[in-house]
Structures are given as C-alpha cells and as structure tokens.
Ligand binder design. Structure first.
Ligand SMILES: [Zn+2]
Length: 155
C-alpha cells in the first residue's frame, strides 16, 4: 500500500497555504485595464467608449464639432464715406448700390484758397484748390436714382 501521491507532482507551481487552497487570482488594481486585458468581474465593463456620457460636460470624443465662421467683408459693416465708393443701401430707393463719387467745392477748398492768398500767391494760384480733387469734398450719389447719399467733407 503506497501512500497518497503528492498533490502536485513536481512540486507546487505556486505557494500553497496550510489548507491547500491556491491563493486567489490577483486582479490588477482598479483602473483602466491595459489593452487586451479582459475586464474582471466587479469592474465596470469597458466598452471602448470614452469616459463620460454624451451630452454631459466633460464628455470628450475623438471628433470634435467644428464651427465654421464665415468672415464677412468689413466694407459693408463699416460704412465710412470717404473718397472711395462705398457699398451701401440707398436711403432713397432702398437698393443695394455702390455709390458713385464726384468732387465738389467745400469748406476745405475755400480755406486752402484763403491760405494761398495770405501767403502772397496771385489770383490764379488761389484757384488751384478748385482744380485739385484732393482739396474738394466728395459727394456720394446713388447710381440708381441719382440722389445724393452722403457728402464727405475734409474738415
Ligand atoms: Zn437710390
């Protein structure tokens, strides 16, 4: 009569306590399991989804919604009547127009004429400002109804 064979031929593969019960399987600490590691019981099952609930603050997703901002030309926003034609709406016929410009004698023209007289220029030199567009006011008119839209004075 031979004795009972050793419980584990070749020696135990792992330490055995006094009761002969193998130690419980050591699970990794709570946390995101490494890739490929199956989720153990008791731990929330990972479905590969990012953390958070869609629609809740802090929810992150791989693709983010991009808002396309269309830049509007600022020429229509800031209507500043100067020497250049301006795209605007005619207050008379309510049409979208680009104003037609022409020059007219204004206060600045007469001031330049007076200054030329004071510094001793002769009569014809005093008339130079009336021939130079840079000394005149700018009149913006509507090309549709020919009405004056705005007048830009240099003074
Ligand atoms: Zn008009």
């Amino acid at each position: 009569m031979s004795g009972p064979p050793p419980p584990y031929p070749g020696g135990p593969a792992y330490p055995v306590d006094n009761k002969g019960v193998p130690p419980p399987v050591q699970y990794p600490p709570p946390g995101p399991p490494p890739p490929g590691y199956p989720a153990h019981p008791g731990y929330p099952q990972q479905t590969g989804q990012p953390y958070g609930v869609p629609g809740q603050p802090g929810y992150t997703q791989g693709q983010t919604s991009t808002t396309v901002v269309v830049q509007q030309p600022t020429i229509a926003v800031v209507q500043q009547f100067r020497e250049a034609p301006v795209q605007t709406q005619c207050p008379h016929c309510a049409a979208q127009i680009v104003t037609a410009t022409h020059y007219d004698n204004g206060t600045f023209t007469w001031v330049i004429c007076l200054i030329l007289c004071l510094v001793g220029c002769d009569f014809f030199c005093c008339l130079i400002p009336f021939c130079v567009d840079g000394c005149k006011d700018v009149i913006h008119t509507c090309p549709n109804c020919k009405a004056m839209v705005a007048r830009w004075s240099r003074m």
